[in-house]
Design a protein around this ligand. Sequence first.
Ligand code: C2O
Ligand code: CU
Length: 486
Amino acid sequence: GDSQDGDSTFTGGGGNDSPPPLEDRDFATPLVVPATLTPLATAAAADADAYHLTIKPGTAQMKPGRATPIVGFNGIFPGPTIIATRGRPTQVTQTNAWNERVTVHNHGHKVAAESDGHPVDYITPGTSKVYTYPNDQPGGTFWYHDHTMDVTGRHVYGGLAGFYIIHDPAEDALNLPSGAYDVPLLLQDKTFNANNTTVFDERAIGAGFHGDTAVVNGVVNPFHEVATRKYRFRLLNGANAREWQLRFLVAGSSTPLPFKVIASDGGLLAAPVNTTTLSMAPGERYDIVVDFANIPVNTRVTMANTASSQSRDDDDRRGGGGGGGGRGRDIPSLMQFVVARQEADTSTVPAKLANITRYKETDAKSRANVSLSFNNGDWGMNGRSYDPGRIDLTSKLDTVTIWTLKNDSGLMHPFHKHLVEFNVLDINGQPPPPEMRGLKDTVAVPGRGTARIIFKNEGFTGTYVFHCHKLEHEDHRMMLQEGVTR
Ligand code: C2O
Ligand code: CU
């Protein structure tokens, strides 16, 4: 039932006898672009940008009617966007004004272990912690979110997530769409009770929690007005467990709108990738450029999800493990763009975007295997379930390393490694699709499939986790620890 501090946000299955409509098919609520946080004026402004965030209960206007209780950074959802500049550190003080312990992880960030938001490096209620981020890496779309052992899924679903974007002078020089034409989109699914509180079931250990309604930047099925020009969308799959397969469908046309993928998890691709569809597993980011030129004013363009809910599962799901929690209903559309006005466009998408590090198999000096499987009623890797006091794998700094990720279950697992971005060498023995040939920190390992990643740990030694980014799997211990040593 209802308790203090918005805990009713998190109540499980019951009380949902008359399910609300699955979608707001009118797309009548405007998209909200999360506000950008301003650095503190007082701090040691010469060396770093300083920020202060407070984790606390609040509400979010996710759909018409009653506001939805959340727990968020500064009490809002999504949290405020932090914009950093490559090479200039940020210092983020997090104060926990909630009644549960939390940790904060900056996903995709090369950072010292003590600022990585390790799952048991708690910020206890009433205390604060300072995280320092060097931003010593290429510009890109990242996100900060809760990473508390066993309860990350409930905390992130409840609101503890925000964008962290690194701007890069080399990227600024490219003349990509920017400013109001550069829009971050946090893609999630939620289920609502009739009174607009959200339903969450952390027992969805099998497929992970799937909501029945798309929520973009905290708004159910929003619309966004655009001009007849190019836009950069920074897509983040921040869902607990749902994959998206995105397409842009122009009203009155039977062919999907082509778009360009320009960046993956860790920043710009070497060159743009032309496509009409894009798959995203939980934790992944892709930046895309969509050109609305040539679309008549007053036309609506739907961001559609054409995947059945888990396209990269193996059909034979026996042994996939775990009771509780189905895949959830398919969600056919996320939001709409309304072409509202004519506008000139001086932005460009150059044919060459960036020089990116791409290691070759022959560069590798070290190798390890990581199997992904159901393990004695929990999830696990290499036959072990998460223990924060144990180092499971040791790897050396500045050493090119290949990990072979072997999925022994029928479910796709989005594998995420902390500390550095990696390259995907191959998936099921095949070269990855072009949008996966850049910097990645999360890779979808298909059901019963294999993916190989190659990387070089750099900058910091210490204990870093790697885990499945289906948050119900992570919370059911599908996580191990890498000891990075000299
Ligand atoms: Cu986005 Cu270890 O997490
Ligand atoms: Cu998983």
